[in-house]
Design a protein around this ligand. Structure first.
Ligand code: NDP
Ligand code: OXD
Length: 313
């Protein structure tokens, strides 16, 4: 059966090329090509046009080409078929690189050091040890747990907060609304790796950021968000930076992407901006996973990494 590749926002051509190279006996079409909707059983999708998948009468499964399914789930017409998301060591390793890079960047006071360099100054900052710094991960799923393991190995005090709690050696566990304030009160560097759902939308607001400590080893709190822009209220991040609830931030994702050229975040000296590339989906790696799962599905075997649609992730 034909596989529909429905990608917007990314270049779809490397995906099509990779799929065709790996499965020359199968037909792959992009959603802008001419095809019969009834020939499609499987869809490989990233931000597909709304209503497109509802128009495929024989669709049996959707393969989301990223880890987060929030964009897909905003389509109210999406048929009730399994949605598979990306869980892959390559994607996980990329996210771990991002988290470690930015935790170390703020831990080592790089914003201040870069500013001093620009002025040809030779400052004498007090550098705390990693063991004095408390990192807190909101979201302890595939990516949060892997990042936590790297941070533990570097010697940071690491805690995780999640919906149902977790059990990971060396990482303090906090769960649900009851555990949130205690988690925030012990967090100098907050890393948000939650999915965007109705429960998590705009959770990173001024009220939450005010609960981060100001007396930690870094002299204040830092936010690192490689999760989703919809988790944060950008005006509140700016207000928290102004008020001293935050001393720095690294943001990979934004409420609207690309970030508006007029956003004050661009020029803020305490903010590092990256263009939603914390963990890119690499077609050379991930197309093979999709094809393997399609083959299993056609053989009547269960799919892996199926999204819980009620939970939204
Ligand atoms: P998982 O589904 O494996 O983990 C999600 C975690 O978030 C779980 O620990 C879950 O709790 C927790 N969570 C969900 N809802 C809530 C809630 N309401 N309150 C508290 N905790 C909650 O996702 P991944 O780790 O694979 O990915 C996380 C996110 O990272 C993706 O959804 C995506 O948005 C983002 N991402 C960003 C990329 C980028 O390039 N910037 C690349 C890849 C992913 P529990 O364990 O209890 O279920
Ligand atoms: C993802 C992403 O969810 O790239 O995988 O944002």
């Amino acid at each position: 059966m034909t596989v529909l590749v429905a990608i917007t926002g990314w270049d779809h051509r490397p995906w099509l090329a990779r799929f065709r190279a790996l499965a020359p006996g199968r037909r792959f079409v992009h959603h802008t090509d001419t095809f019969d909707p009834a020939e499609i059983r499987h869809v490989a999708a990233w931000k597909p046009p709304r209503g497109l998948i509802a128009g495929l009468p024989r669709v049996a499964a959707i393969f989301n080409l990223g880890a987060g399914v929030d964009a897909l789930l905003t389509d109210p017409s999406l048929p009730d078929v399994p949605i598979v998301r990306v869980v892959n060591p390559d994607l996980t390793a990329r996210m771990c690189e991002y988290v470690v890079l930015h935790v170390l960047y703020h831990h080592r006071g790089m914003n201040a050091l870069r500013a001093a360099q620009a002025l040809r100054q030779w400052p004498d900052p007090q550098q705390p040890a990693a063991a004095q710094v408390r990192v807190g991960l909101m979201g302890m799923g595939e990516l949060g747990r892997a990042a936590a393991a790297h941070l533990v190995a570097l010697g940071f005090q690491v805690a995780g907060w999640s919906r149902r709690g977790h059990d990971m050696a060396g990482v303090a566990a906090f769960a649900g609304a009851d555990g949130l304030d205690a988690f925030l009160a012990r967090t100098d560097i907050l890393v948000t790796l939650m999915p965007l759902t109705p429960d998590t939308r705009h959770m990173i607001d001024l009220a939450l950021l005010r609960k981060l400590p100001r007396d930690g080893a870094l002299g204040g709190a830092v936010l690192i968000n490689p999760g989703r822009g919809g988790l944060q209220v950008e005006a509140d991040i700016l207000a928290a930076l102004d008020a001293g609830s935050l001393i720095g931030a690294s943001l990979d994702v934004f409420e609207r992407e690309p970030l508006d050229a007029a956003s004050p975040l661009w020029a803020h000296p305490a903010v590092v901006i990256t263009p939603h590339n914390a963990a890119d989906s690499d077609p050379d790696v991930l197309a093979a996973d999709v094809l393997a799962q399609i083959a299993r599905h056609e053989a009547g075997e269960p799919l892996d990494n199926v999204v819980d649609r009620a939970a939204g992730y």
